[in-house]
Design a protein around this ligand. Structure first.
Ligand SMILES: [Zn+2]
Length: 273
């Protein structure tokens, strides 16, 4: 009995010791497979060595996401994607399978690893301000009707709960045009925009009269694309708004594309008012 008591006290002490270092203890809640550099970064956020006392205030709530970021997984294999988001080095808040099932991997109040090196409208590190939704799709096949219906329901719910503006519903290709092309040409942005998820111009762009002196590069930068990679942004723009596979070589925007850019800029301005 005495021996048991000693073991119990011993365990209690071990428990106390492990909670003494707040940083290390909390790190256990992050999914495995993150790199050493990322662990170090997260550790730095959690506590400062210059803190003397942590007196919890009752006045706080969860940080509010401002971006809804949409992706494709580059594969139709749902099980493989689930395995990657559970155990691999990347994650997303949600995955929508080919059958329209919605899987969640990360709490919405936490930062998932889906955007990587990213930029939008003056902000970097989109992971910190976004909720990520992945859809199983290999770029060659169409999205299933079940997937899109689930995406519409889930997106509307997220947008409503956080008050995410339409101009902040983006694709990975928008925030990382240098590295990413997802979601690709078969993604139904038009259909989503009709539901209030994201901004598109539809066919109305054809009637646009571009004002004199219109600078399409400035327009793309004002819409939100990284001004340092405007030519790459044109590549993403063609995929997203014209469902077109762009040529590898940079091609100057056509008159139609410039009309669309102007129309889009007006919509983004309106949404940000
Ligand atoms: Zn992506």
């Amino acid at each position: 009995m005495k021996k048991l008591l000693l073991i119990a006290i011993g365990l209690l002490l071990v428990g106390c010791q492990s909670t003494r270092n707040i940083g290390d203890n909390r790190l256990k809640n992050f999914e495995p497979g993150i790199s050493h550099a990322e662990k170090k970064e997260i550790n730095n956020w959690i506590s400062s060595e210059y803190t003397n006392s942590y007196i919890k205030s009752k006045n706080f709530n969860n940080r509010k996401p401002t971006v809804l970021l949409l992706h494709h997984t580059d594969s139709n294999e749902d099980v493989a994607a689930i395995k990657i988001f559970k155990e691999g080095k990347v994650s997303s808040h949600y995955l929508i399978s080919r059958t329209g099932e919605v899987f969640q991997f990360v709490d919405e109040k936490n930062r998932a690893f889906h955007a990587g090196d990213s930029y939008w409208n003056g902000f970097e590190d989109i992971n910190s301000s976004s909720i990520g939704i992945e859809l199983s799709n290999d770029m060659k096949t169409e999205y299933t009707e079940e997937q899109i219906q689930s995406l519409i329901l889930l997106s509307k719910d997220i947008i409503k709960r956080y008050g995410i503006r339409q101009d902040m519903v983006l694709g990975h290709l928008d925030v990382a045009p240098v590295r990413k092309i997802d979601p690709y040409i078969n993604f139904p942005w038009e259909r989503l925009a009709v539901e209030g998820i994201g901004l598109m111009c539809g066919q109305e762009y054809k009637d646009v009269n571009i004002p004199k002196g219109f600078n399409w590069k400035s327009a793309l930068a004002e819409i939100g694309y990284n001004p340092n990679y405007i030519e790459k942004a044109v590549y993403s723009f063609r995929i997203k708004y014209f469902n077109k596979i762009p040529s590898d070589k940079y091609v100057e925007p056509t008159l139609d594309e410039k009309k669309y850019m102007f129309c889009l800029l007006e919509k983004f301005r309106e949404s940000r008012k």
